[in-house]
Design a protein around this ligand. Structure first.
Ligand code: HEM
Length: 348
């Protein structure tokens, strides 16, 4: 155990506030540029949704004491909405290499909230890989600068000198984009970045299918096959997933400020704390898609007990709110938070 850093301790680099300001400017420009092209303002990341499905999130009744924090009260059940997505800002064929998102919104959550724009929700944003590809807010901005010039490769290879190449980032990006995806419900997802888990404890989250999962397969040649697979899977029966927590047990080898470094399960195993049930349903309707597009997910929608930690989460605090407000404004849509009781009729 390293005694110079405490568990869950953050450390803000001096250049971070300026990086956050620049991130807002660059992402706002990008959303406006993409909106001018497509006529519709979308999320600056995870623009393509495969579907937003209704679920039940039930905390394990037998939860051990150190895991009883925040929303994790033994036996509590929350209705939830889950939006599955591709990571890119563009709408592309599902067979294109990409990170895959799973955004969970628990509804009817009581308690003191981190942000003013919601009162009763707790969001968990997850991607199908354990670690992220930017270490800090400033590194994200370095990428966004070259990306906005249409030259994203310059982030990984700024010069011909191999000493300047960002090989850690390259390895993560290559691992994420080379995965062959068949079914969004069959994947394991991770929060990548850490969160507070009650006072003085940090944790990362993950979701994986329960053992009982029988995978429905689809036609990869179709551009939207992941949506088709989800539809087929949920027509076949209920999907059951496990929600897991990994606690930070060593602040040095499981850092708060560097999400490129994976927290190894060999050092601190993931522990199941809840079950997610996604019942048989038809989620395909114009009204439900519109609802999904107008939802706002944010790692900062949640309880003080689960405050996002680290520089990447600090830049996300500002960016998610700005981009959500901007796209709603450009589309002339209201921002709202659901209560989990919404209903849609298939074919609306
Ligand atoms: C520099 C870091 C990051 C930035 C700037 C960023 C930015 C964004 C933005 C602006 C959105 C759209 C928000 C909206 O308009 O409602 C978004 C969505 C999303 N982000 Fe990030 N993100 C970052 C890191 C991450 C990380 C580490 C994860 C890890 C799980 C993640 C997962 C997601 C997911 C799953 C969505 C889709 C949410 C939905 O379905 O609506 N992001 N991100």
């Amino acid at each position: 155990m390293n005694h110079s850093i405490s568990p869950a301790q953050e450390s803000i680099p001096p250049e971070e506030p300026q990086a956050i300001e620049e991130a807002v400017v660059l992402l706002t420009e990008m959303v406006r540029r993409l909106t001018a092209k497509s006529g519709r303002a979308r999320r600056d990341a995870h623009a393509k949704s495969h579907g937003c499905v209704r679920g039940r999130f039930i905390i394990d009744g037998e939860l051990e004491e150190p895991f009883r924090r925040g929303v994790f009260h033994p036996g509590t059940e929350y209705p939830c909405w889950i939006r599955y997505s591709n990571g890119n800002e563009l709408i592309r064929r599902d067979s294109t290499g990409d990170g895959r998102g799973m955004a969970i919104k628990l509804c009817g959550v009581p308690g003191r909230k981190l942000m003013d724009d919601e009162k009763k929700t707790q969001d968990f944003l997850l991607i199908n890989h354990p670690n992220f590809f930017f270490e800090t807010a400033a590194e994200f901005v370095a990428f966004q600068r070259v990306n906005s010039m249409g030259r994203p490769h310059l982030f990984l290879f700024p010069t011909l000198n191999p000493k300047t190449w960002r090989l850690r980032e390259l390895r993560v990006i290559a691992a994420i984009t080379s995965k062959r995806i068949t079914n969004p419900f069959a994947l394991q997802y991770w929060s990548m970045t850490p969160y507070l888990y009650g006072e003085g404890m940090a944790a990362k989250f993950s979701v994986r299918p329960s053992h009982s999962f029988r995978e429905f397969s689809g036609n990869r040649a179709s551009p939207d096959f992941l949506r088709e697979v989800m539809k087929g899977q949920l027509a076949q029966g209920e999907v059951e997933l496990e929600f897991l927590v990994q606690r930070q047990t060593d602040p040095a080898s499981m850092p708060i400020e560097d999400p490129i470094q994976e927290w190894l399960p060999s050092q601190s195993p993931f522990v199941k704390v809840a079950t997610i049930y996604i019942p048989t349903q038809d989620f395909i309707s114009v009204a439900q898609d519109k609802f999904s597009e107008n939802l706002s997910f944010s790692p900062w929608h949640g309880l003080f007990e689960h405050r996002p930690l680290g520089g990447i989460n600090r830049v996300r605090k500002v960016v998610y709110e700005v981009i959500s407000k901007l796209r709603h404004e450009l589309n002339n849509e209201e921002r709202f938070e659901p209560d989990g009781m919404e209903t849609f009729t298939c074919g609306d």
